[in-house]
Design a protein around this ligand. Structure first.
Ligand code: 13P
Length: 246
């Protein structure tokens, strides 16, 4: 699976041709599952364009509430109205810039599942945490908060994205071995609760995936695809990454 996280980038003028190229190439034969996660305001238009293309739609965030007086927020049900299959939950930019705690992320994950969406749960450590040897304990804490809240069965319909914060938007990709080590750790952590879920869940990598490094990351045993930021804004680069995920 390769998911594009467009973040707060693009305008109609730039995303229309980008999307068209992705759709055309998918239909010409890309085997990997593709998901596009645009800003909320473009969901309507993109949802129509993706109809019957085999490409899935995702949102970048959702509210931790079902409905009500929460100005500016968007609920899981609203996302379902626009045919979203996926929603990114707990992206490090939301954790860092918008103060999303492990508990809030766990609540959003629960809302996504309850609302019929497949959460793409992002977890990952800061550089200081890695350098202090705390990577595994950080990952375990982020994961366990969600398991405690929703139960392991909720992960049967979820995707996990390992996104080391120091690799996001920095051009400093984790090496395939570094990423694989943590992906395997995540799978093992889930297997403590349920072997089948651990075996079948997709654990994707995110953090400076580029056309030139995607293939070697995707060959690792526990890396099931990618969550792509910057490189997903360029059709040729993104499609090269999608082809690499065969
Ligand atoms: P970059 O690919 O730009 O490093 O971003 C990764 C990311 O945050 C995807 O969610």
């Amino acid at each position: 699976m390769v998911a594009a996280n467009w973040k707060m980038n693009g305008t109609l003028v730039t995303i229309r041709p980008l999307l068209k190229k992705i759709i055309d190439e998918k239909q010409a034969g890309i085997r990997a599952e593709i998901a596009i996660c645009p800003p909320f305001v473009y969901l309507d238009e993109i949802s129509r364009q993706l109809d019957a293309t085999g490409i899935f739609l995702g949102a970048q965030n959702l509210s931790q509430h079902e409905s009500g007086a929460y100005t500016g927020e968007v609920s899981a049900k609203m996302l379902r109205d626009y045919n979203c299959r996926y929603v990114i939950v707990g992206h490090s930019e939301r954790r860092t810039l918008y103060g999303e705690t492990d508990e809030l992320v766990a609540n959003k994950f629960a809302c996504a599942v309850a609302g019929g969406l497949t959460p793409i749960l992002c977890i990952g450590e800061y550089l200081e945490e890695r350098e202090a040897g705390d990577t595994e304990s950080v990952i375990a804490r982020q994961l366990d908060t969600v398991i405690d809240k929703s139960g392991i069965s909720a992960f049967a319909n979820a995707v996990i994205a390992y996104e080391p914060v120091w690799a996001i938007g920095t051009g400093k990709t984790a090496t395939p071995e570094q990423a694989e080590e943590i992906h395997a750790f995540i799978r093992l952590r889930l297997a403590r609760h349920d072997d089948k879920v651990a075996d079948t869940i997709r654990i994707v990598y995110g953090g400076s995936i580029k056309a030139i490094n995607a293939e070697e990351l995707f060959t690792m045993a526990d890396i099931d695809g990618g969550l792509v930021g910057g490189a997903s804004l360029n059709a040729d680069d993104f499609l090269t990454i999608c082809h690499a995920a065969r």
